[in-house]
Structures are given as C-alpha cells and as structure tokens.
Write a protein that binds this ligand. Sequence first.
Ligand SMILES: NC(=O)c1ccc[n+]([C@@H]2O[C@H](COP(=O)([O-])OP(=O)(O)OC[C@H]3O[C@@H](n4cnc5c(N)ncnc54)[C@H](OP(=O)(O)O)[C@@H]3O)[C@@H](O)[C@H]2O)c1
Length: 273
Amino acid sequence: MRLKYKVIVITGGSGVLCSQMAIHLSKLGAKIVLLGRTISKLEAVEKQIIEAGGVALSYAADVLDKEALLTVHSEIIDRLGTCDILINGAGGNHPEATTANTRFGENEIAGKTFFDLDHKAVGNVFNINFLGTFLPSQIFGQDMIGKEGCSIINISSMSAFSPMTKVMAYSAAKAAISNFTEWMAVHFASANIRVNAIAPGFFLSEQNRKLLTHEDGSLTYRGNTIIGQTPMRRFGNPEDLLGTLEWLCGSGTAFVTGIVVPVDGGFNAFSGV
Ligand SMILES: NC(=O)c1ccc[n+]([C@@H]2O[C@H](COP(=O)([O-])OP(=O)(O)OC[C@H]3O[C@@H](n4cnc5c(N)ncnc54)[C@H](OP(=O)(O)O)[C@@H]3O)[C@@H](O)[C@H]2O)c1
C-alpha cells in the first residue's frame, strides 16, 4: 500500500487509459478522485474501485471550466483532504481538427484539407489538451505547496516528439504539454513538487478507433503503418502504462522531475529503417 492515504485527482478518470490508472492506484491505497464531464461514466469506475475495497469519489466538471473546478476542489478538500498527486488525463483529438490527407496534394478530400480546417475546432483541441492541463494544475497544484511527496503527471503523446500526419492540432497541443511539463518541473522544484509526463504510444480508444481500425476490427492503412513502426508489433494495453505511472507517483522517483517517458513498444526509438 505504497500510496496509502494519498489523495490522487485524475482528470479524464473515466477514459480508456485513466480508468485503469485509477483502479490500479486505488489498489496501492490511494484515495481516488475521478473528474470528467459525464458523471455516469465516472461512477461506473468509482463503483469498481469501491467494490474492490478502495476509496473513490466522482465529480462532473469540465477541465476548461475554472469555476466548476474551484467548486469541486473545495468539495474534495472537505471530503478527502488536499490533493497529493494530480494526473492530467483529460485530452484528445477531434475529427474537425484533422486533415483527411497525409500530405498536400495526395488523396485530397474536399472540405478536409489543411486549408479547410476550422480554426475553432483547432482551438478546441488545443484548449482541451493544453488549457485542460494548465487549469487543474493551477487549482490542485496549490494544495501541494508545503507538503511532502506531491507530484503532477501529465499525459503527452508520441505526436509531441515528432508530429503525426493529419492530427496537426493534437500534435501541437501535445508538444505544448511536454514543454509545459518541463516548465512546471523547473518552476516548482523549489516547492518540491515533481512534474513529469507519460507519452503513451498507440492504445485503441474511442478517439482513435476510427482512424486505426475498420468497422470489422481490421487495421486501416494508418493502423498498419503504426504497427509497422512499432518494434513490438502491437498496440498498447492500458495495463502497459501502470508500472511507469506507479514509479512516477512513488517515492522511488523523488529526484526525477521534468521527464516525458515514452511507453510505446519502441515506436519513438525506431527511425523506420
Ligand atoms: N489512446 C491513445 O492511444 C493515446 C495515446 C497518447 C496519448 N493519449 C492521451 O491519453 C489521455 C487519455 O486518453 P484516452 O485514450 O484514455 O481517452 P478517452 O478514453 O477518450 O478518455 C478521455 C477522458 O477525458 C474526459 N474528458 C474529455 N474532455 C473533457 C473535458 N473537457 N473536461 C473533463 N473531462 C474531459 C472524458 O470524459 P467525458 O467525455 O465524460 O468528459 C474521458 O474520461 C488523453 O490525454 C489522450 O490524448 C492517448
């Protein structure tokens, strides 16, 4: 029970990746707070944690709504205490901020080229990933001042190291997350708050399923390309992230801050040749 009594706030706690993180951290003794917009999805994860003997609370809040976050923040303090660890998991892409073609002039689809991208959709993707990490860090990070063993864990992406074709806004926003992770690590080192990020490789989720698989489950051209670029020749399972997460949350990494850890089956190391 290495994380016993730690209060861990997880945004996007009902998602494919972060729900498994929440369940795992609760087994290590942490008190889990699940944040997302849809309460029913959060409560389904909460139920699993409680049935397994853990402690969890769900709160519906949009990570872009500062007032809602402030309200939830004070409720959490009343019910569980201040936050020790924040996992900024809410994030993702949107089809309207995605080009249909991988390169200019190839397989263009009218209305889906770079020149057609809606700047509001691009802004929304930037907001959910970047501002959606900044705001919870601002609000829950304050709890960590003057406490021992606190940290913030952001979720970056392979597209932060080198941008993925089509998902321009998502790639730029995740690059911002990696950069912001380093910025906060430097800024908060004097407060003894560690800030690190995990950069997952490719994990099938609702956000990317249509890009990577056909209706019958077979791989799209892009899905095949990714597997071809992944030396371990598979997509990740959410469980693949848990060892790294536990390591970053625990006291064994007390001198580790400002890193972005790829958990990617070797994707980022492979030049393609
Ligand atoms: N899956 C992958 O292959 C992969 C790879 C690299 C990085 N990532 C990153 O890992 C993180 C988790 O991904 P995932 O695949 O687990 O995503 P997911 O299954 O789509 O879950 C996203 C979660 O974020 C919540 N959310 C979305 N917008 C929100 C908002 N404005 N305010 C509060 N909560 C919000 C969703 O709940 P509601 O919709 O109910 O709010 C849900 O709980 C994301 O940052 C993603 O970009 C994923």
